[in-house]
Design a protein around this ligand. Structure first.
Ligand code: AMP
Ligand code: ZN
Ligand code: FE
Ligand code: FE
Length: 280
């Protein structure tokens, strides 16, 4: 049952089924090249890339962990929750995410209208094209803005227009932490708070813990050593699982790939798997 000695995993990645640039096959090929034993595919509001990643994983000997990254709203802050091992084949799971993606599209329409008002017009058709079959997100809008010449870079798009404090920012569907956590649990999965250091406030972390999450993402490229120590301690005190991942977007985020930045020892994935079994 134990993974190979010294083997490492990445439990947070994106593909073209949300705002990543890698196809599921490319992601797994790259992970294999870097020597990963296992990779979790955690697209925003989509489980559509998992099956393809699994097939590629079988070919290359990389274990693929089914996952998803959901969002909830805590006092106005967008908090991300990773769901691992949820039963992604269920029709109600797929239908639910299809509805969330539809609301993302409506939000993108609102953002496009606002951007046009602000003198930075961008084409909705192009945004849809960039998103393809995946969940439309702000990174697609940012890329379309760069292409249209409205901004010079993706970072500038976020800084000037579509970041959380930007004039063209619109929030997503407002799910609550219990709604997201219960959805994951109801479908057999484990819920893990993603990149807690990025919310700028740990009070909301306790609200999310109170909603019944199973774990905390301790290792993430945006966590410094102090954050890692802090979230490790919070996880231990609250008997929560610890996870980590690169949040790889295949180069769409700041032009960096990220895969390979976090090499989480296999034992943390083992702990996750053991918890799934005892807590079906
Ligand atoms: P959304 O879910 O549509 O609100 O988009 C959130 C996604 O935007 C995150 O998961 C990141 O991939 C990306 N993102 C957020 N802030 C930035 C930033 N400052 N620069 C580049 N990408 C960002
Ligand atoms: Zn993303
Ligand atoms: Fe996230
Ligand atoms: Fe992510």
């Amino acid at each position: 049952m134990s993974g190979p000695q010294g083997s490492f995993v990445d439990l947070h990645t994106h593909t073209i089924f949300s705002d990543g640039l890698f196809t599921p096959e490319e992601l797994i090929a790259e992970a294999s090249r870097l020597g990963f034993t296992a990779v979790a595919v955690t697209d925003h509001d989509s489980v559509d890339g998992i099956e393809r990643a699994r097939a590629e994983g079988k070919r290359r000997g990389v274990e693929v962990v089914p996952g998803v990254e959901m969002s909830c709203n805590v006092n106005g802050t967008d908090v991300h929750i990773l769901g691992y091992y949820l039963d992604y084949h269920r029709e109600e799971v797929q239908d639910f995410f299809a509805r969330v993606r539809q609301s993302r599209l409506e939000r993108a329409e609102r953002m496009v209208a606002k951007l046009s008002e602000l003198g930075a017009p961008v084409s909705l058709a192009r945004i849809k094209e960039l998103a393809g079959a995946g969940a439309v997100g702000r990174p697609h809008i940012a890329q379309a803005m760069v292409e249209a010449g409205a901004v010079a870079s993706i970072s500038e798009a976020f800084e000037r227009y579509i970041g959380y404090d930007g004039p063209a920012y619109f929030p997503k569907l407002r799910l609550t932490p219990p709604e997201v956590v219960n959805f994951i649990h109801k479908n057999g999965g484990l819920a893990v708070i993603a990149h807690p250091a990025t919310y700028g406030n740990d009070d909301l972390l306790y609200l999310v813990i109170a909603a019944g999450v199973d774990g905390i993402e301790v290792w993430h490229p945006e966590h410094n050593e102090r954050s890692v120590a802090r979230y490790q301690e919070i996880a231990e005190k609250n008997r929560l699982l610890m996870t980590g991942g690169s949040d790889c977007h295949g180069g769409r985020k700041f032009g960096r790939i990220y895969l390979g930045d976090i090499r989480l020892p296999y034992k943390y994935l083992m702990a996750l798997k053991q918890r799934v079994r005892v807590n079906p």
